[in-house]
Design a protein around this ligand. Structure first.
Ligand code: HPA
Ligand code: ZN
Length: 341
């Protein structure tokens, strides 16, 4: 183990742009929230939960992940979940995080959307005032559900927009990718765009490069979440480089969901060296075995990333963040300083 690499990565300022807050639910918290809410989990112990985290693909993970999210019921539950993530992120010197959240996972269980917003935003506002931690919220539509359901979710959330204007800046698209192409959601993303929301979408995690084209051309996504299958389409690679479209890559997620058999075979370095704006993120860290620094460190070791490349990836995170250029410049200056120590 290269302790100097670990130290170097940990103290680099970072932005995390691909993080599902429901995916930060650690087994210990799953048990404590189940107890608080009087629920019985289908697992006897924390170890048994961890044992169940053997996934063969995205869907095998999503089944476990949606079941786990059922312990989230009250505003306090969402607050505690979010605050626990923020504390881990701060330990990794994350300065700014853009959190995905899936209202449909909760409203389907009769948890009001107001409860979801209030809990997450309450923690993020406290983190901003107590620790100077910067964040945004990105509402994701579940792509295995209908576009009509996505429209209903947007309509339910819109009355909350003014109250959460400091945090809720965008919409995204997640859940089971194959068979649910971006075009299925053309209408709801057009509406979100007209309303002035920033747009992101998962594409090219398991789905083909045509889904990345669809996310860019039909949804007008400004960033692609994952995007690792872009490598199969040289024309798309040229476009992503030319247009500086950020890819929010999540190496440990891709490993755990068998997108790659080993991190040594991950194409992150190849994408980066082809001039793409690659960022590193943790996706669902409680399920995939590591937060953002672990993703940086394990990818750097497996792919022999240079220090300059590691810094470039951290830089890309700030370049791709939905913040003002003034704020961005301050973090980039801090990053340069940390990198030169
Ligand atoms: N892909 C799609 N949907 C998700 C993911 C992911 O990696 N994590 C949580 N929901
Ligand atoms: Zn994701």
């Amino acid at each position: 183990m290269d302790f100097s690499l670990i130290d170097f990565v940990r103290r680099l300022p970072k932005a995390e742009l691909h993080l599902h807050i429901e995916g930060t639910l650690e087994p210990e918290m799953m048990f404590s929230l189940a107890q608080r809410n009087g629920l019985i989990l289908p697992y006897a112990s924390v170890d048994e939960v961890r044992e169940a985290y053997r996934f063969s693909d995205l869907q095998s993970f999503l089944d476990v992940y949606y079941a786990g999210a059922a312990v989230l019921q009250t505003e306090q539950d969402f607050f505690d979940l979010t605050m626990a993530y923020v504390c881990r992120a701060i330990a990794d010197d994350v300065r700014h995080a853009e959190l995905f959240f899936d209202p449909q996972t909760h409203t389907a269980r009769n948890v009001p959307i107001e409860t979801v917003f209030a809990g997450i935003a309450g923690a993020l506002r406290q983190a901003r005032s107590d620790y100077g931690f910067s964040s945004r919220m990105i509402l994701c539509f579940l792509r295995h559900l209908s576009e009509e359901d996505a429209f209903a979710t947007l309509d339910e959330a819109l009355p909350l927009r003014a109250e959460y204007a400091d945090l809720w800046v965008g919409v995204g698209l997640d859940s089971g990718e194959v068979g649910n192409p971006p075009e299925k959601f053309a209408g709801v993303f057009a509406k979100a765009r007209e309303l002035g929301f920033r747009i992101v979408a998962h594409a090219g995690e398991e789905g083909p490069p045509s889904y990345i084209h669809g996310a860019l051309d039909t949804l007008r996504a400004e960033r692609i979440d994952h995007g690792v299958r872009s490598e199969e389409d040289p024309e798309l690679m040229r476009r992503l480089a030319l247009e500086k479209i950020p890819l929010t890559v999540c190496p440990l997620s891709n490993l755990k969901l068998c997108v790659v058999p080993h991190l040594r075979e991950h194409n992150l370095a190849k994408l980066l060296r082809s001039g793409l704006r690659v960022t590193i993120n943790s996706d669902d860290p409680a399920y995939f075995g590591g937060y953002i620094s672990a993703n940086f460190i394990q990818a750097a070791e497996a792919l022999a990333l240079s220090r300059d490349e590691i810094v470039q990836i951290a830089r890309n995170g700030f370049l791709a963040a939905f913040v003002t250029d003034d704020q961005r410049s301050l973090w980039l200056r801090d990053l340069d300083r940390a990198a030169s120590l």
